[in-house]
Design a protein. Structure first.
Length: 298
């Protein structure tokens, strides 16, 4: 009798002991149902990516990834770099699991196990920026470096609030210094002073569910949100409107879809990719249509 082989890739620092218990429970369910299970715990950056590449070369049938957006990003990157595209089941366990939240993926282990058993797979797009990949979002400018500046301890204790607290602390120091940026795409070519831009695959970014309100992970496009130079009161209004997805109607916000966009600046500006440091501008951002197969609920 042929048995399906599943590789479980887990980031043990995401959510700590409770995660290990949940993963062990899932592994028991899989083993009791006749699956062959291999488990791999990440220890440092890129471990999940290299393990994914290795898994794709071997005869595993699918991957379960347990971690935050950063760990999921590494697995997606490993898939993108592999010839054989192994489907992935995403069990969210990090601070901000934007992608899993947006896709409505189950957190309950029994429901997650049922999703695996149903074998409903959806092709989703990936974003590529230079040699990096993102499953959810690439961002740059004011507040964009908040994700990877938050201490891991703060992430574990405060969760999503850690991001907002860090973001608020950034504001007075930066004093909203705009950055001169050149955008070049089929849909939008301009040089302007901006505060930040986001290039997103899904609508949910940093816990805001409607930051890119028209985003669709399977439409073959990336959604671009540009927040231009603004006075403090305008920026406050934009942030309030983000909760309803109405910020895109503000005159200081540009919002459009694109398959490829080049972004250049003469300033020293970092890029955040799925909450991790992703190099610096200039960069070319492009969509990889259907680059990632994931399990989804019925």
């Amino acid at each position: 009798m042929w048995m399906e082989k599943v590789k479980v890739i887990c980031n043990p620092s995401s959510g700590r002991q409770i995660v290990q218990k949940r993963v062990d429970y899932l592994c028991n369910l899989l083993i009791n149902d006749g699956y062959v299970v291999g488990k791999f715990n990440t220890q440092k950056k890129d471990d999940a990516m290299y393990e994914t590449i290795k898994t794709c070369k071997e005869d595993w049938d699918f991957i379960v990834v347990c971690g935050g957006d950063g760990t999921v990003n590494e697995v997606a990157k490993g898939i993108a770099k592999s010839e054989r595209k192994v489907p992935v089941a995403i069990l969210s366990a990090g601070t901000v699991n934007d992608f899993a939240t947006y896709m409505g993926l189950p957190k309950n282990i029994d429901e997650f196990f049922e999703m695996i058993k149903n074998e409903k797979i959806q092709k989703v797009d990936l974003g590529r920026v230079n040699d990096e990949y993102f499953i959810n979002v690439a961002a740059s400018g004011l507040l964009a470096n908040v994700g990877y500046q938050v201490a891991p301890e703060a992430k574990a204790i405060f969760g999503r609030m850690a991001y907002y607290i860090e973001g608020l602390k950034e504001i007075p120091r930066k004093k909203f210094e705009p950055i001169r940026v050149r955008f070049e795409s089929e849909e939008y070519t301009k040089e302007e002073d901006i505060l930040l831009f986001l290039i997103s695959n899904s609508a949910s970014i940093g816990g805001f569910k409607k930051l890119a309100p028209d985003a669709n992970v399977s439409d073959g496009y990336l959604d671009v949100v540009i927040i231009k130079k603004s006075e403090v009161q305008d920026l406050a209004q934009i942030f309030i409107n983000i909760f309803r997805g109405e910020h895109v109607n503000h005159p200081n916000v540009s919002y459009f879809k694109s398959k490829r966009i080049k972004v250049e600046t003469d300033e020293d500006v970092a890029i955040d990719i799925d909450g991790e440091y992703g190099g610096k501008l200039p960069a070319v951002f492009e969509v990889v249509p259907g680059g990632f197969d994931i399990f989804v609920p019925n």
